[in-house]
Ligand binder design. Structure first.
Ligand SMILES: Nc1ncnc2c1ncn2[C@@H]1O[C@H](COP(=O)(O)OP(=O)(O)OP(=O)(O)O)[C@@H](O)[C@H]1O
Length: 276
């Protein structure tokens, strides 16, 4: 397996606050990796550091390194970053007033020269990507008139036309109903490209990611296959709720359930949160 990304000793501080602390991991070509952890754990911040956006956002104090194909990420131009990474991040204010078609065309820009015209091939790629997310009918619609879930699917379709080697998704299932949660993650999974995504739903993460990174308070607590990372004692401690690990009867995937003490009839069978 060839290594695409190498994150080494990565730390990020803003003023006195530590956002990420000594993060180390590698990403191999073709892996589908889910970043999980509680609110504020540093999941989105880690994505930003990987794509070299943390410095743009703040006068940040970043140490350690991110290498993409053995070259420091800070040495890549913005266009080179866009050629390597397709992004679906959570805030998209800048595309507020565009049509879906225009939003989709933005996905083609990293691979075009300044004055190149739209081709029939471009048009067919846009139509194909929209059909994959069930939005063929929305080509002429205004992006800001779509529902949150439809907007999310357009952004995923835009990432598909960008045809980059690495797909970065920040909470891709946000706003999606249960059908599109599975549809989008299955689609992402079948692309045969490298995917790094933050996911709040631990069971979806387990179902669609080969490998999970568990973050807490800016630290990488565990990196491994879902069965190992979703160990109930570990999750119970981090999320502060009793937890049980099961296996899905149909897929065989590791699944977890959390319980509130007062709702739990068989509390003794379930691991309690560990004290500090
Ligand atoms: N530019 C910044 N300046 C100051 N603090 C920041 C900055 N970016 C993130 N943080 C802080 O870093 C911490 C981690 O934020 P981040 O958004 O990475 O968490 P997350 O794990 O993605 O959370 P969530 O699950 O709630 O989306 C938070 O406390 C956040 O307030």
């Amino acid at each position: 397996m060839s290594t695409l990304l190498n994150i080494s000793g990565l730390s990020w501080k803003v003023l006195n606050k530590t956002i990420l602390q000594d993060i180390n991991f590698t990403v191999n070509k073709g892996e589908v990796i889910g970043i999980i952890g509680p609110n504020g754990a540093g999941k989105t911040s880690l994505l930003r550091c990987i794509i070299n956006q943390a410095n743009i956002l703040t006068s940040a104090n970043i140490s350690g390194s991110v290498h993409l194909k053995n070259r420091l990420i800070t040495q890549f131009s913005a266009k080179e970053i866009a050629q390597h990474f397709a992004l679906v991040m959570q805030k998209n204010d800048s595309i507020f007033a565009l049509s879906v078609q225009d939003v989709m065309k933005m996905g083609l820009l990293p691979h075009k020269s300044l004055f190149s015209l739209d081709s029939d091939y471009d048009k067919s790629q846009i139509e194909l990507a929209l059909s994959k997310v069930g939005l063929s009918h929305a080509l002429e619609s205004l992006f800001n008139q779509l529902s949150g879930g439809e907007q999310q699917r357009v952004l995923i379709a835009r990432a598909l036309v960008q045809a980059s080697q690495i797909l970065i998704l920040d909470e891709p299932t946000n706003h999606l109903d249960v059908y599109y949660q599975h549809q989008v993650l299955q689609l992402v999974n079948k692309l045969n490209i490298t995917v790094i995504m933050t996911v709040h739903d631990l069971n979806l993460a387990s179902l669609y990611c080969q490998r999970l990174l568990l973050l807490d308070k800016g630290q990488l607590i565990c990196d491994g296959p879902p069965k190992e990372v979703l160990a109930p004692e570990q999750l119970s401690k981090i999320f502060g709720l009793p937890c049980q690990q099961n296996f899905d009867a149909i897929t065989g995937a590791t699944q977890v359930s959390f319980y509130l003490e007062e709702n739990c009839m068989q509390y003794s069978a379930i691991s309690e949160p560990l004290s500090e």
